[in-house]
Design a protein around this ligand. Sequence first.
Ligand SMILES: Cc1cc2nc3c(=O)[nH]c(=O)nc-3n(C[C@H](O)[C@H](O)[C@H](O)COP(=O)(O)OP(=O)(O)OC[C@H]3O[C@@H](n4cnc5c(N)ncnc54)[C@H](O)[C@@H]3O)c2cc1C
Length: 425
Amino acid sequence: MRSLNDEAGNGPAVASPSHDGRAPAHGGRARFDYLIVGAGFAGSVLAERLARGLDKRVLLIDRRPHIGGNAYDHLNDDGLLIHRYGPHIFHTNSQQVVDYLSRFTGWRPYEHRVLAQAAGQLVPIPINRTTVNRLYGLDLDEAGVATFLKSKAEPVAEVRTSEDVVVGAVGRELYETFFRGYTRKQWGLDPSELDRSVTARVPTRTNDDDRYFGDKFQMMPLHGYTRMFEAMLDHPNITLALGSDHRTVAREVRYDRLIFTGPVDEYFDFRFGRLPYRSLRFRHETVDREWFQPVGVVNYPAEEVAHTRITEYKHLTGQSHPRTALTYEYPSAEGDPYYPVPKPENAALYRQYQALADATPGVHFVGRLATYRYYNMDQVVGQALALYGRLAEAEAKGGTGGGTRAAAERIAAIGGRSATEPVAL
Ligand SMILES: Cc1cc2nc3c(=O)[nH]c(=O)nc-3n(C[C@H](O)[C@H](O)[C@H](O)COP(=O)(O)OP(=O)(O)OC[C@H]3O[C@@H](n4cnc5c(N)ncnc54)[C@H](O)[C@@H]3O)c2cc1C
């Protein structure tokens, strides 16, 4: 991995690309086959593959001062490994994604468990047998819980909203205990205003399974995500420029193709308006005791509590330390774009940008911001590997590699989960 200054001597300024994003065939010093905007999973996987697999010269940039995108982790001032942008738990059903990432990291087995603070106690979420028995002071077996939930469920004539989904499955009381307040805080909208997809696949269990995810592979990178990204990007064909914005760099270097993993509406200067996002504020702190809570994440569904959840990283990382690091999450309308707001009008707005993106030659839009979808990490890795496959195929045939839509379609095969699963509860 090199820095941009190694390439360009005393500065990166070389030549401006022409209007379609392709570099002019003359002038300047630093020249790359690919400019990749964004060093998260999408950009880093593609940088690695293009450099190592196709021997391409890649300039990978990020406007943030670090690699890893939202999965970035680091040691805090107390020497505890934390995730700057909230807890990232790796889970997938894709052997292909596991095999690929295993080239750059070992793994620590970790099954994520979440408790919710409700009615003065901590109960498992998603709702399972323990949740029902504890909340109602019962001792039901599996069949008893199924019958109980059925008796609570309210018939909903047409399931349109998130509220309909949950009330139809577990009834109004459990909906109000676990979903209404949490969703109103998380999205700034009442569940009755949110697309049914937000809660459509939130599972309800009648057995004692208290794992948050059902995936075949559940684990954490042994030394953290950032170390994994460092290993991925450790290649002489990859030049890294951090703290660098696309607009500035694109004017200063020459490149043949662009891979853009930033917000698609920003790329097109918000031509049709801004795609709405929900953001988060993270409050990180270290407390002077060995453990703070019994599991990695505790949810706070009550509306009167400002934060939605608290993460205690040592559960995730396995780190031994006399103190413990926490992150409180406060949903917010302002700030970095984290969650696309799942409403039909936003999907329609995105389709306008998608049409523009599909019609822009020499540029590939990939990742969660460029495709305006909440994707899990494994899905983004799958999307990036699929795009790489197309680029490699086109290279072999002497073509252009095509758009990202077909690659995006293949994501369904990776993980096969709801795009909103981790944020619905
Ligand atoms: C709070 C939270 C928790 C999550 N938890 C999980 C989890 O437990 N498990 C899971 O699988 N997934 C989780 N995810 C999803 C995960 O973060 C994404 O799947 C993953 O980060 C997507 O990678 P990406 O490369 O598409 O985007 P990102 O990681 O966002 O990377 C895009 C990068 O592009 C850079 N960029 C954007 N525009 C520009 C520009 N114009 N110029 C230069 N750089 C630019 C950004 O700075 C950013 O670093 C979570 C997401 C959030 C928000």
